[in-house]
Design a protein around this ligand. Sequence first.
Ligand code: NCD
Length: 356
Amino acid sequence: MFCDLIDFNDLPLAEWEALLGLGFDICDSFAAYCDCLKGRILASLFYEPSTRTNLSFQAAMQRLGGGVIGFSGTSATSVAKGETLKDTVKIVSNYADVIVMRHPNEGAAYAASLYSKLPVINAGDGGHLHPTQTMVDLFTISKLKGKKMTGLAVGICGDLLYGRTAHSLLRAFSMYTGNTFYLISTPALQTPEYFLSELRKHNKIIAADTIEECIGELDIIYMTRIQRERFASDEDYKKQTGIYILDKNKLKKAKDDLAILHPLPKNDEIAAEIDDDPRAKYFFQAELGLYIRMALLVKILEGPKPPPKTKISGNTEKKCENISCVTKTEKGIPDIAKTSGGKSVCAYCETLFSLC
Ligand code: NCD
């Protein structure tokens, strides 16, 4: 089985399908799993706010018979005294069996995985990725639309630049074929190409300016919040709000079996009147998060302990230029390059290294 979960696409399709199958089984035979992880401990390290991801991971571990330690916000931890991510992770590695981590900087989960003795699950790294939300999303889509995941018209709307849930979901769909994606965003908040390059090989991508122009075609609309906390200024954020609002009027042209999804929390992008529409599936989606995270914990903790990780040293003279990259905000994290699509990029946050 895999060790860390940093990017959903690190998981081969066969392993994801096994995990998905386990998610279905846990849903159907919940009681059979209640002692599965007895005596095991999850460390929940949330450097950024969370309701669903943090609480569903904690509930998942406890439903499986395990225990939970950790923090939600760093004010009561040694991080407030200047402790580095590297040191915190090394320490926590002694107290638990798996680390679930959310952090405001891109690449933080990957950095943590380099120093942790334990498997690290990325529960969101800045505006980069959110692989376990993608598991929730694909599980929900499988439940609602069947497991084949082909021939679907999927609208993804809102903040496609900073929205890590949209990034992970789009990238995950590159494992499937024959779907059409309508990317609905302002020009300022479009999806970075590196989340789309694999997807477009076997699926169609259409850029849309409005919800109205494509709503009638869609099987799924995935709404997202404008990520206020990622903008350089509140002025820039305000220019991007209130543009896409899904309301009853826009749904008039939608299919009867449209599934309205949202990773939540929602702000004004879904009118409150939609909550009672039978096509609104976002609360169901959040409910399913428990089962698929139970499945993930079972899979990641089954089998023998992973071997110790090899010591890390930087392999590049180049420096990442993304100011939100973990290499910029954390001491002692070496720049590392990897090749992606024939280009040299930062191994943590995937920002292209400039030629120097
Ligand atoms: C999302 C996140 O944190 O990226 N929420 C979640 O985990 N369900 C979406 C968001 O904050 O907009």
